[in-house]
Design a protein around this ligand. Structure first.
Ligand code: ZN
Ligand code: ZN
Length: 667
């Protein structure tokens, strides 16, 4: 069985899309191949990474010129020839991963990995695997892509191949196979959208975040009676509602959609795509032979994409958004002469089956893979943690690390829970919990439901947030002193729409400070990550037990949110969400505690040190995580406790607990 390791990074778009689509293609072409997609920046840089990512998103949106500066800085930075410098941790993580997985072929869709691989294997005459780089940029290719060697460079088009060749990459290593778009574009029978004489002109208008002022442009497009318009608003539900209202008068000629994972089908059914020059979307438009009118470019990383459209005549670029209607008129004037030219050029430039061709290339590379037997496997690393309390670790004569009993979703009377924070500590502490997180509801005031709940006292008020964090902080110290129990601060962000599909609840776990309630979900997640907290989807699937309103937005949009979230609730109180397990998403299980009887419910068990960072890391990696249905007295005999006998005598109400704990303590 061949093993392929695909390395990616969630910076900007394009890298992850390329990695995912290649994985899908490999699964189609050679289902027996073992394929792993990994983002080592996500897994080794942790907090730093999320800060970089937040900064990146923020900069792209608000200060494109600043971002261009940083992008060219990267171009000359130490990532390439002068060694890997600050990337030592990436290097050691990659070394471990390679030695553990021993792949036949490594594919990289992000430029930072190649120099590290060069560094790792420079002392050996031969590296034991083949290395393929998929360049996700077009034309304006950042030099870090080709400074370090690859056995094969896959590029999206001829002009990019020429750029690479001029930069010194040998021609026989350059494969202009196309950008790996979803294999859906290459499904049998797929045809680009035909244009009929005097028939409708179907335009797909993709609104990007932060570009809300497009109403006038859309009205002008609709002045042409032939124009049928599909608008996607992404995750902005308010904008969607607003536009739906505004365009009702056009009676069937306008369709407003929110976020969709049906992009390939949508692009395939339209004549022109109007939107920004994002790496993935431009390549999807080309694959669908759908001409593009670009109305926004992020300088640096997207410049090349726009150049590509212009240079190959696959559409055009509007300097300002208000020029778009004029450009559309021009394209369809004189029996759509210009549009037909674009379409003809697209027929030549398009590689809808690129992912499949690249999969074949990767499989051929696997045949020539080297020999791992010369290389020692990675040693098993045991990371001692001096700050963690040491627990007696012998049960039944075998060394066993005890699992931590945890509940990360608990409401106090700061929102709709029955118990106060101190009461919660004295409730969970004697029951042997190792870690709990209190997560009171915070409603989004921009949403109707949020406005209503803010009137009701059943959610945290923004003005109470400071006090809430102070109380949790005080109780944190008492919980640790008295019960050896970690208390984490958290919030459940209620993002409720009018329907279950537009509603989401998001847990922030181990927060250091409040976050504004009015941010949208991706921004909330980014801010949670920036402060080192976890972002977890609460009750993401359909409740089977009678209580509770379903909140399905995150699940419905998991393509967008799975890469952002640290975990999903696989169980909430008495409900188990089997699809979370089937999709192999990272999981935890929680009580969603509101009153004492809710303690009899699903909980998380973690095998890691009893320390906030170790706990969060364990959840992120989702190794040594299991769930248990809590019943009093049922769990403790198989685990061992951090024993404080004097406290046990004082505090433990139930004799069964006391016996179990003391036995363990005496081993
Ligand atoms: Zn909830
Ligand atoms: Zn809840």
């Amino acid at each position: 069985m061949k093993k392929v390791l695909i390395l990616t990074a969630g910076f900007g778009e394009g890298h992850n899309a390329a990695a995912r689509n290649l994985r899908d293609a490999l699964e189609l072409v050679a289902p027996e191949t073992q394929v792993e997609v990994l983002d080592l920046f996500e897994s080794t840089y942790g907090r730093l990474n999320s800060i970089v990512k937040t900064a990146h998103l923020g900069m792209v949106r608000y200060a494109p010129t600043l971002w261009r500066g940083i992008y060219s800085l990267l171009d000359h930075a130490s990532v390439g020839d002068s060694g890997v410098g600050g990337l030592t941790r990436l290097r050691s993580a990659l070394d471990d991963v390679l030695r553990v997985t021993q792949p036949d072929c490594v594919v990289s869709t992000y430029p930072a990995y190649a120099p590290v691989i060069k560094e790792l294997f420079r002392d050996h005459s031969e590296k034991p695997f083949r290395f393929v780089t998929i360049v996700t940029d077009s034309i304006s290719v950042n030099a870090s892509w080709h400074r370090a060697p690859s056995d094969a460079f896959v590029v999206a088009n001829r002009p990019t191949a020429t750029v690479l060749h001029h930069a010194g990459v040998p021609a026989e290593r350059i494969y202009p196979l196309g950008f790996p778009v979803s294999p859906q574009f290459a499904a049998p029978g797929i045809q680009p959208c035909p244009l009929e004489d005097d028939g409708p002109i179907k335009l797909l208008y993709v609104i990007n975040h932060g570009k809300k002022k497009c109403g006038k442009v859309l009205d002008r497009l609709l002045e042409n009676e032939r124009v049928h318009l599909t608008i996607t608003t992404g995750r902005d539900a308010e904008l969607k509602a607003e536009l739906q209202d505004r365009f009702r008068k056009y009676d069937g000629r306008v369709q407003v959609l929110g976020w969709t994972n049906q992009m390939p089908a949508l692009i395939l059914s339209h004549h022109v795509l109007i939107g920004k020059a994002g790496g993935a979307v431009v390549q999807e438009a080309i694959a669908a032979r759908c001409p593009m009118v670009i109305n926004q470019i992020i300088p640096g990383q997207e410049t090349g994409n726009a150049q590509l459209i212009q240079q190959l005549g696959l559409g055009t670029v509007a300097d300002r958004n208000r020029e778009v209607p004029g450009l559309i008129e021009e394209a369809f004037a004189k029996d759509a002469r210009l549009w037909r030219e674009w379409r003809a050029n697209l027929m030549k430039a398009s590689h809808p089956d690129a992912a499949l061709r690249i999969a074949e290339l990767v499989l051929r590379q696997c045949e020539d893979s080297g020999d791992w037997s010369k290389f020692a496997p990675a040693p098993l690393k045991v990371l001692p943690d001096a700050s963690a309390p040491t627990a007696p670790a012998v049960v039944d004569g075998t060394a066993a690390r005890r699992a931590l009993l945890c509940d990360f979703h608990i409401h106090s009377n700061y929102s709709d829970g029955k118990l106060t924070v101190p009461e919660l500590v004295d409730f969970y502490g004697p029951r042997g919990f190792d870690c709990i997180c209190i997560t009171d509801h915070l409603a989004d005031p921009r949403r109707v439901i949020g406005k209503l709940s803010n009137l009701s006292n059943l959610v945290l008020a923004e003005s109470q947030l400071e006090e809430y964090f102070e109380v949790l902080d005080r109780e944190r110290r008492r919980a640790w002193r008295k019960y050896g129990m970690l208390l984490l601060s958290g919030i459940e962000f209620n993002k409720d729409g009018l329907t279950k599909k537009s509603s989401a609840h998001l847990l922030g776990i181990d927060m250091q400070m409040p976050i504004a309630s009015s941010l949208d979900l991706p921004e909330t997640i980014a801010q949670l990550h920036a402060q080192g907290a976890l972002a977890v989807a609460s009750h993401p699937h359909v409740f089977k037990s009678e209580w509770g309103k379903n909140t399905l937005y995150l699940w419905e949009n998991q393509d967008e949110f799975a890469p952002l979230l640290d975990a999903w609730e696989i169980a909430n109180r008495n409900d188990i969400f089997a699809p979370v397990g089937l999709k192999r998403l990272p999981f935890i299980a929680n009580s969603d505690f509101h009153k004492p009887k809710h303690i009899y419910s699903w909980k998380t068990l973690l095998q890691c040190d009893k320390q906030p960072d170790a706990i969060k890391d364990c959840i992120r990696r989702n190794e040594h995580v299991s769930i248990t249905l809590y019943r009093e007295g049922g769990l403790l005999p198989v685990t061992t406790r951090v024993a404080r006998p004097q406290e046990l005598v004082e505090k433990v109400a139930r004799p069964l607990h006391a016996v179990a704990m003391l036995q363990a303590a005496n081993v």
